[in-house]
Design a protein around this ligand. Structure first.
Ligand SMILES: N[C@@H](CCC(=O)N[C@@H](CS)C(=O)NCC(=O)O)C(=O)O
Length: 218
């Protein structure tokens, strides 16, 4: 089955929107991105969006043809749907299951600490006059560091992250690590994790990552 052009509902700065963009780039699927769908602006958390995703999260993948429209929520599920020929997932059934489990770990626990608790304070500062609350950042920093240590450990193990093949797990993790690498000195925690630094550097040699992972808005 060939995937037709798709629309990714959400802003290009979102790490999860970027994960879907990376998968589209790697698989050469034509895509558009944004809050405008078929010429109409769809309000974030408005009725239509909530019909697509009951918790009003992004991204939502929209694929329309003359018969029907598919609106698919949840990043890892979207990526698996786009990966019809399973080129971005291991073929052996145990490795496939382990990759799936790694994707859940990245998109739930790793995202919560690195993006929701750490990076978002830089992206959308909640201090006075929208300044970054460095006390909040400093408080979360040990947790973010511990999470990077977990990633360093995963990279030292035989996981689909450490292989040469680009996987959905890479697409989920790369935007988060890239944003951390863009933080100012003292907040970019990657220097203490050589494997993570090397992993990101290798990913950044890929045309997909160079196109999608650009330092903006965070
Ligand atoms: N479980 C969802 C989480 C998606 C998610 O948290 N997206 C963020 C943007 S990166 C979002 O929608 N934030 C707005 C909100 O939580 O209200 C997925 O994997 O797609």
């Amino acid at each position: 089955m060939t995937i037709k052009p798709v629309h990714i509902y959400g802003p290009t700065f979102s790490n999860f929107v970027r994960s879907v963009m990376l998968v589209c780039e790697e698989k050469q699927i034509t895509y558009t991105v944004g809050f405008e769908v078929d010429g109409s602006e769809i309000a974030f958390k408005g009725e239509q969006h909530l019909n697509w995703h009951p918790f009003g999260k992004i991204p939502v993948l929209i694929e329309s043809n003359i018969h029907a429209e598919l609106a698919l929520a949840e990043t890892a599920s979207i990526c698996r749907y786009l990966d019809t020929d399973k080129q971005l997932q291991p073929s052996n059934s145990q490795d496939y299951a382990k990759h799936d489990s790694l994707c859940a770990l990245i998109s739930i626990d790793i995202d919560r600490v690195l993006v929701r608790e750490y990076l978002l304070e830089f992206a959308f500062p909640k201090g006075e006059d929208k300044s970054v609350r460095f006390d909040v950042v400093k408080e979360v920093q040990p947790k973010a560091t511990a999470t990077l240590a977990i990633i360093e450990k995963l990279l030292n193990e035989d996981t689909s992250l450490s292989s040469q093949e680009f996987t959905i797990a890479d697409a989920l993790l790369a935007p988060m690590l890239h944003y951390i690498s863009c933080l100012p000195a003292g907040f970019n925690l990657l220097a203490d994790f050589p494997k993570v630094e090397q992993y990101l550097a290798e990913l950044m040699t890929r045309p997909s990552c160079q196109k999608v992972l650009i330092a903006k808005q965070l």
